[in-house]
Design a protein around this ligand. Structure first.
Ligand SMILES: [Zn+2]
Length: 307
């Protein structure tokens, strides 16, 4: 298993695709957590899907997927940077979770779950906001949810196959491109799309997780004229820092932080993505608020961290 994302297109047909495999990246992402198997499965499929979508949407910035579940899965966050640096975290409620629980029971038990995809620009123009899309929580698999999202938000017919084990996560994306009427080869007829989809559908879980993406591509589409591009390298990387944690504490307010100091003698913040601990003693905190008050207006609460 490698950490690799391979993009490809079909010569003479308006369709493209991507295969992703996460090995070490997936294991590093989850090394600091112990999740129930059903949660691992959703998290891994979402991580593979995040890499696939991030590299297929034309956008320079982070793609963030957040699920606020009302079942045993309370929160799930995946973040993918434009260079395919990934991080992920999940929070579960204190109740037993069956290995074969359905996706709906896991995160949308009472019908009040929410799934938000945010495209957060890397170098925002003045006044430019992050773009947020709501994904309908309809369907029995992560792939189904995201196919609907792509159809609605990108207006592109997209098919996804996702898989996950403890050691690896993987996925295949097939996308129909908008017709280009300027050339004879700019149209994709229904039969061709259905043939490519049928070939892609034969992909197995074993191929997604344990066979080199180049080999999978060849096995699936050996009869087609396929162009493949230079492979990309997804990896695990957490963007937390002492500075971001300090900003988050400033935004909490001095009263709140002082009361933690009074109770515990110091403040320790654990990053929920990578497990790194940041500790501040009373002197650090006094300095922080002496400085922090001057720039409190720029403080933001960082996602995924909490005191
Ligand atoms: Zn971190």
């Amino acid at each position: 298993m490698s950490d690799l994302l391979l993009k490809f297109s079909f010569n003479g047909a308006r369709a493209r695709g991507e295969i992703v495999q996460l090995g070490a990246a997936w294991r590093d992402m989850t090394a600091h957590h112990r999740y129930p198997p059903a949660v691992m499965r959703v998290l891994g499929e979402m991580a593979a899907a995040a890499a696939l979508l991030a590299s297929s949407i034309k956008f320079n910035g982070a793609l963030v997927m957040q699920i606020y579940g009302d079942g045993p899965l309370q929160l799930l966050v995946i973040e993918c940077q434009p260079d395919l640096a990934l991080r992920a975290t999940a929070k579960v409620r204190d109740e037993p979770i069956a290995d074969d629980i359905s996706l709906q029971d896991l995160l949308n038990r009472g019908g009040r779950g929410r799934f938000v995809i945010t495209l957060d620009p890397k170098d925002p123009m003045p006044g430019q906001q992050a773009y947020q899309g709501i994904v309908a929580l309809e369907g029995d698999s992560v792939a189904e949810l995201l196919q609907t999202y792509m159809r609605q938000s990108e207006q592109l017919e997209t098919r996804l196959w996702l898989a996950c084990s403890e050691d690896a996560a993987g996925g295949l994306l097939l996308q129909r491109l908008p017709d280009d009427n300027r050339s004879a080869s700019g149209l994709l007829d229904e039969d061709t799309w259905e043939r490519l989809s049928a070939l892609a559908r034969t992909v197995t879980v074993e191929e997604l997780l344990a066979v080199a993406p180049e080999t999978v591509l060849h096995r699936l589409f050996w009869q087609e004229s396929v162009e493949q591009y230079a492979p990309l390298k997804p990896r695990f990387q957490c963007s937390c820092s002492r500075q971001r944690i300090q900003k988050m504490l400033v935004s909490l307010g001095q009263g709140e932080v002082d009361s933690i100091i009074a109770e515990q003698g110091s403040v320790t913040v654990t990053c929920e993505f990578c497990g790194r601990k940041y500790s501040l003693d009373p002197v650090d905190v006094a300095h922080l608020f002496a400085r922090g008050l001057e720039r409190a207006d720029t403080a933001t609460l960082e996602g995924g961290t909490k005191p």
